[in-house]
Write a protein that binds this ligand. Structure first.
Ligand code: E4P
Length: 221
């Protein structure tokens, strides 16, 4: 499974990319706003850090505006993926942009039918919002399973990008359900690397190791 980082914070992107676990980045208008920086400047900087897909979202609500913004955003860098909401206007915009060879990510998506339509109009990714769906007492993981089945049934090349991954359990479930990608906020990536048992195990080994006389521990020199 590919892992994208779900943030517009360039320090976090640098930190996790150094570890080697980040294949791409997703942003949204709220994430960009929380950085308080110019949209274009942030997106350009992200593209210099990560050599992979970088999703940046349109803000227009009608197809014409989405197409116009999508073309402008796509010009920022060859790795840009234009993020477009799963609305009737959004599907129309994706249909036009995908025929122009612009990569798209259909976002704020909550049903398998929306995913089917996004694939029909040539979306590169669909982003089901798992955490937000779970918050309405509907299983986000089941939605991922459904979309993966639909895409497999018809050999769609559109990738399932599990989004709104608000804890590490969601990521595990998305991976088990066959999502091609998960986009994960920095704090959840951090959580995924940690286990108290690992820390206790390492601590225990070192405690035993330190009972060896020093001259027998000196294998580095
Ligand atoms: C996805 O691309 C979105 O940016 C993001 O995953 C939304 O997550 P949230 O529901 O935690 O805001």
């Amino acid at each position: 499974m590919e892992i994208f980082i779900d943030t517009a914070n360039v320090s976090a992107i640098r930190q996790f990319s150094r570890i080697g676990i980040v294949d791409g980045v997703t942003t949204n208008p709220a994430l960009i706003a929380s950085e308080g920086r110019n949209f274009r400047e942030v997106v350009e900087e992200i593209c210099t850090i990560i050599n992979g897909p970088v999703s940046a979202e349109v803000i227009s609500l009608h197809a014409e505006g989405m197409i116009h913004e999508g073309r402008l955003i796509a010009k920022i860098h060859p790795n840009i993926v234009v993020k477009i909401p799963a609305t009737p206007a959004g599907f129309e915009a994706v249909n036009v942009l995908s025929q122009e060879g612009i990569k798209t990510n259909v976002t704020v998506l909550y049903t398998a039918n929306q995913a089917l339509l996004a694939a029909k109009v040539g979306a590169t990714y669909v982003s089901p919002f798992v955490g937000r769906l779970d918050a309405t007492s509907t299983s986000g993981t089941e939605l991922i399973q459904e979309i993966v089945s639909v895409f497999n049934n018809y050999n769609f090349s559109t990738k399932v990008l599990a989004a709104s991954m608000r804890n590490s359990i969601y990521v595990k479930h998305a991976a088990l359900a066959g999502a091609h990608v998960a986009t994960i906020p920095p704090e959840v990536l951090e959580q995924m690397m940690l286990s108290e048992l690992t820390d206790l195990g390492v601590e225990g080994f070192l405690a035993e190791w330190n009972t060896l006389p020093e001259e027998k521990r000196n294998y580095f020199s």
